[in-house]
Design a protein around this ligand. Structure first.
Ligand code: FAD
Length: 409
């Protein structure tokens, strides 16, 4: 049995940051970091569409509005290791950063691999075992016994940083939940968040790949208007995705058994009366033209075709043939188009796992378990989750840092 001062399970954003924090505070500690993949930070590669939105540069106090589950649990960690600390960290690791729209921070190179290299450079203090899967963890006489598919190890301290359940090919196999459960921890229900929406819609091929800018999607739960989201979204081959859709899934996944309806206003910036007058003018000016041809003034052609097909309106109709009712119908398509909502995509396709180890059983000032001495958690495995914009990686860094900093205090 090999002995260490600390074993970290999981070499993702949180696990690597925990190792870095130990080095900063306790450089002589003997650390083992165990990662089941062939490389560190496999999930980071796919973040931000391969560019890695590594944090958000907003004022740290604004983070708590963008954290949807248990934001108060993160006060200590986010103030101990802030977004500014993250930016300084990467600059020190020779990874220059840039700030884009919405204060989203990316590596200047637009390569997530540079973020991983920076992280990996910072943890030369640890023994790193790749291709090794932790299978079982017990605690006897004050020591954690960690069994992997290759070996057995022992340490008085243990950090579990095994991530969530989304994108399992990146190593998010959910093992950490079982380790936590075996130690008596409660796991709050695991649900997908920030994920695409599946539509029951045979016309999607007409718009697949199309990005719609500056739209507004309104969510109705059991016929009651609940909330609206303004911004961009994207049609996929199975439904819709993109910024506002991802964000609204964090809201609707709290209503699994309710009737959900989604309405899209493609022209939220224009008053509906103004839009109607514009449409009337277009119709009066061009009585012999086809309906399809004037809709090009309002939408990309493929979207106009799709909307007319969805409403079963003949695109070749001459404008002088348009009745008042039909005009109302067209206006409705523009401002209150009902998506044929089916469901939200499964957790395997979500950006983040909602739920996880209950925050009531973790000390927020240290990340130590309140049930088992010497056991710490960090990152996505904990029941916290943020919106898109770099908040989730910052949660992983901040909780990882606090766990690593606290282990030997
Ligand atoms: C498509 C996509 C895009 C995203 N984009 C962004 C973005 O741009 N910005 C942002 O802030 N967030 C983004 N996220 C979310 C972000 O990637 C996660 O919040 C973050 O990676 C969580 O870090 P973690 O260390 O907790 O978990 P992970 O990064 O999942 O790391 C956990 C590690 O533990 C290892 N592990 C698990 N079980 C075992 C075991 N039994 N033995 C050994 N090792 C094990 C896994 O292999 C894995 O490497 C994105 C997520 C996805 C899926």
């Amino acid at each position: 049995m090999k002995k260490y001062d600390l074993i970290i399970v999981g070499g993702g954003a949180a696990g690597m940051f925990a190792a870095f924090a130990v080095k900063e505070k306790n450089p002589s500690a003997k650390i083992l970091l165990i990662e089941q993949n062939e490389k560190l930070g496999k999930k980071i590669y796919i973040t931000g569409k391969g560019r890695c939105n590594v944090t958000n540069a907003c004022d740290i106090s604004e983070y708590f509005d963008n954290i949807k589950t248990n934001p108060e649990f993160l006060y200590s960690s986010l103030y101990t290791f802030t977004n500014e600390d993250t930016m300084n960290f990467f600059q020190k690791q020779n990874v220059p950063l840039k700030i884009e729209r919405g204060n989203r921070v990316f590596p200047k190179s637009d390569k997530s691999s540079d973020i991983i290299k920076g992280l990996a450079r910072s943890i030369n203090n640890a023994d790193i075992h790749l291709n090794e899967k932790v299978e079982k963890i017990d605690k006897f006489n004050g020591y954690f016994n960690v069994s992997t598919n290759k070996n057995k190890y022992e340490s008085p301290k243990l950090i579990i940083a095994t991530g969530g359940l989304s994108y399992p090919a990146t190593g998010s196999t959910g093992d950490g939940y079982n380790f936590a459960k075996a130690f008596g921890h409660k796991i709050m229900e695991l649900k997908p968040s920030l994920c695409p929406i599946i539509l029951d819609d045979n016309n999607l091929s007409m718009v697949t790949g199309l990005t719609v800018k500056n739209a507004e999607i309104t969510v109705y739960i059991n016929k009651k208007k609940e909330i609206s989201y303004f911004g961009d979204f994207l049609f996929t081959h199975r439904g819709i995705s993109g910024p506002i859709v991802l964000t609204l899934t964090d809201f609707i996944n709290d209503y699994p058994d309710k009737a959900i309806e989604l309405y899209c206003n493609f022209k939220p910036a224009v008053d509906i009366k103004e839009l109607e007058e514009r449409l009337l003018k277009d119709i009066d000016k061009n009585p012999k033209k086809e309906l399809k041809s004037i809709l090009k003034n309002y939408f990309p052609e493929s979207l106009a075709d799709y909307l007319l097909a969805s409403a079963k309106i003949n695109p070749k109709l001459k404008l002088h043939e348009i009745t008042k009712d039909l005009r109302k119908n067209i206006l409705n398509l523009m401002t209150s188009y009902k998506f044929s909502y089916k469901n939200i995509a499964p957790i395997s396709q979500a950006i983040i796992t909602k739920g996880g180890v209950s925050t009531l059983e973790i000390n927020p000032s240290t990340m130590e378990s309140k049930i088992v001495d010497g056991l710490y958690f960090c990152g996505e495995i904990i029941d916290v989750n943020g919106l898109t914009g770099g908040y989730n990686l910052q949660i992983a860094f901040s909780t990882g840092y606090l766990a690593g900093k606290s282990v030997f205090e």
